[in-house]
Design a protein around this ligand. Sequence first.
Ligand code: ATP
Length: 300
Amino acid sequence: MSISLSNISKSYKKVKAVQDISFDVEPGELFGLIGPDGAGKTTIFRILTTLLIPDEGTATVAGFDVVEDYKAIRNAVGYMPGRFSLYQDLTVEENLTFFATIFGTTIEENYDLIEDIYVQIEPFKDRRAGKLSGGMKQKLALCCALIHKPKVLFLDEPTTGVDPVSRKEFWEMLKRLQKKGITILVSTPYMDEAALCDRIALIQDGEILDIDTPKAIVSKFPKTIYNVGANNMYKLIQALQSYKHLYSVFPFGEFVHYTDKRDSFQIADLKSYLQNKGLANISIEAAQPNIEDAFMELAK
Ligand SMILES: Nc1ncnc2c1ncn2[C@@H]1O[C@H](COP(=O)(O)OP(=O)(O)OP(=O)(O)O)[C@@H](O)[C@H]1O
């Protein structure tokens, strides 16, 4: 296994940040940690990158124990923390040279690994990191995390606050790095990105809700989902919340996702109920569940 956690727990005084977590990541896998703010994702990254010592349990990365072999792990992994790790007053090139130097290597030695990414920021190599756009900072931070050719790459919310085009490009880069044999553990709050991972762990309040392929997680969703729309979103949600057959409702873009308690659900019944509540332009259609639906169901 490239990454293995066995019954890991960590508390900050009274806050149980991570509780009895176990999972394995296979060599070459792109594995996602999916969960809301405060779920414990950063704590897991910090334990695996040897910056925090767990209270209980054991973990290994690239075959090394996170406590006993911390020095070996630091050479074997790349870590892109959630908040940018760059030196804002150093230029693009200076940042990269700095990270290469502390790992005893040079930009030239491992250039093949970062080339695809670096060519996109090379025109700005004399610009200070603090003056780069969000997408460019993220590419530079990725180059810095890769410059010593790590076996395992840890990316904590790498696309938070990045525009949709750069997000898409970033995931294409991750897929290319994966093809080069690098194992990747990535966290994201974006459910569309979760679907791009080989497997994901859904995390809430420091506990794992489920671990599986995105497809399998979605296929376990127990209900039929309906996309419901109407002329007034706020009133629509209120009306659905007071419907006696409601199982779940939550906003989803311009619609709400609704599930019903009954097996014998009829669209026409719900439509007339909503009309009686004064709503108009009502649309109700069966829809495919997605990872967000699965998460909400498991988090109940
Ligand atoms: N240094 C700390 N001292 C006290 N509590 C902490 C500390 N770091 C994290 N926590 C708490 O531990 C819990 C897990 O935090 P963690 O940062 O691991 O979650 P996260 O999923 O990465 O969320 P975020 O995206 O907000 O960082 C939260 O309740 C958080 O408030």
